[in-house]
Design a protein around this ligand. Structure first.
Ligand code: EPZ
Length: 418
């Protein structure tokens, strides 16, 4: 197992290239099950979760390769099943359920099980598929789903769910009749998926709004698509500039995907501008403490909460951070306190009192975004920070230490004797 070593205190300067979005690539890969044949996806990041999805599709019979592009052939799917061994390592595996049921009329998908950041049930996915006429049973930890042909239906989500919206949108593409998804997720990744489904021949209106209408068709044709830049990776590096007193440019990026993050960083004092698609982030001499609440897109993304908290640990006052999406997404707090941060938790609220400096120490990563927050705090801290269990980080950040080293960070990977 690896650990990451960071000697902090260097203002980062230069350019960081942004990779394709993990949370867009995963549903796009799953959507290849909807249309038999050769699909080509460009700008797919090289991440552990991407390899897991590739293995999952391979387990079903798909042939794929990932060099400068990700190419997959779904002509010979013979086992519409997602085994526990793979699903337990990545919850997003549930994204194969809708496409398998719609295309092969049956699916056997392991229930995802618990997660560090919250219970994360999939009841809304299953409820929606049942509304479309699927027979669903839970047996031995597996969802067994069957449907001769899914039927269009109107489905109102009790709460906004990103992969729930994606799963049902994919299922509805091959259903008989019209499906309307109400209170749907509006994340850019949902829109990207709808764009590719449309290119394959699906009839979708309203993606990116709370109401999505899908008119089912009898079949879809494989195609090619370029994955959007990762807005969470971009946001993470924007904070790397702000927390180290640095100046970074980032591209490619889609500023419209980052308005909530940009707004909060400007309020915290950073100077941010976009020129020719390049995001320019200049740190302020003084970090202003501000409050923040996470909310579904276009609100402030929960996947940026931990990273934003790292910045607020060095703010000039008190910041109240409220996590409204997941019930247990403060695992990074105790680790940040090990670096000298002053944070008090009260249920879904964290009161962060800014300190003048952080000091390096051994800390432990607990989930993907928590590990990113520890990297950011380590970049700002005096001395060396040692982050163990960084396999969490490798799930969602492509070559992070190379990208940070290129802009001046003193960061390296070591084998962990743990
Ligand atoms: C997606 O997860 C992302 N993952 C998550 O990113 C992200 O944190 C989350 O959306 C919220 O933005 C991918 O896209 C692969 P949800 P998802 O369903 O779809 C509850 C990262 O760091 N809920 O929108 O699983 C749920 O418990 C990851 O890259 C139900 O109760 O999240 C949560 O409280 C972490 N029942 C809320 O809804 C359901 O059936 C939102 O979850 C579904 C969800």
């Amino acid at each position: 197992m690896d650990k990451l070593m960071i000697e902090g205190g260097v203002p980062l300067t230069g350019h960081i290239p942004i990779s394709g979005a993990k949370n867009a690539a995963l549903p796009l890969m799953a959507s290849s099950l909807l249309a038999s044949g050769k699909h080509t996806l460009a700008n797919v990041p090289r991440l552990r979760d991407i390899r897991t999805m590739q293995r999952l599709l391979g387990h079903m019979g798909a042939e794929s390769e990932h060099d400068d592009q990700f190419r997959i052939d779904t002509s010979h799917i013979h086992r519409p099943e997602a085994p526990y061994e793979l699903v337990k390592t990545m919850r997003a595996s549930v994204l194969v359920l809708g496409p398998l049921l719609a295309r092969y009329q049956r699916a056997r998908v392991s229930l995802p099980g618990g997660c560090a950041i919250g219970a994360r049930p999939i009841n809304l996915h299953l409820k929606g598929l049942e509304r479309m006429g699927a027979e669903i049973q839970l047996e031995h930890g597996y969802v067994i789903a069957e449907a001769k042909r899914l039927q269009g239906a109107t489905i109102t989500f009790d709460q906004v769910t990103v992969t729930g919206t994606e799963n049902l949108m994919m299922a509805a593409c091959l259903a008989a009749g019209v499906t309307v998804l109400e209170n749907a997720a509006r994340e850019p990744e949902v829109l990207a998926l709808a764009e590719y489904l449309g290119q394959m021949g699906a009839r979708i209106r309203g993606a990116g709004t709370p109401q999505i209408t899908i008119e089912g068709v009898s079949d879809l044709k494989p195609g090619s698509y370029t994955v959007i830049p990762d807005r969470i990776e971009t946001g993470t590096y924007m904070i790397a500039a702000a927390i180290t007193g640095g100046h970074l440019t980032l591209s490619p990026c889609r500023p419209e995907h980052l308005e909530a993050v940009t707004g909060k960083l400007k309020a915290a004092g950073a100077a941010i501008k976009v020129e020719d698609g390049i995001l320019d982030v200049q740190a302020a001499s003084d970090i202003r403490s501000i409050d923040m609440k996470t909310w579904p897109f276009p609100g402030f993304p929960t996947d940026m909460q931990a990273q934003f908290m790292s910045l607020m640990t060095l703010g000039n006052g008190v910041s109240l951070i409220t996590e409204q999406i997941f019930e247990n997404r403060f695992m990074h707090v105790l680790e940040l306190k090990r670096l000298g941060a002053d944070i008090n938790l009260d249920g879904r609220n964290a009161v962060v009192r800014g300190v003048s400096s952080l000091s390096g120490a051994p800390v432990m990563a607990t989930d993907l975004r928590a590990s990113a927050s520890l990297v950011l705090a380590g970049l700002a801290a005096d001395g060396v920070t040692e982050i163990s269990r960084i396999y969490h980080l490798d799930r969602g950040y492509e070559t992070i230490e190379q990208k940070l080293e290129a802009v001046g960070a003193r960061i390296w990977r070591e084998k962990d004797q743990e």
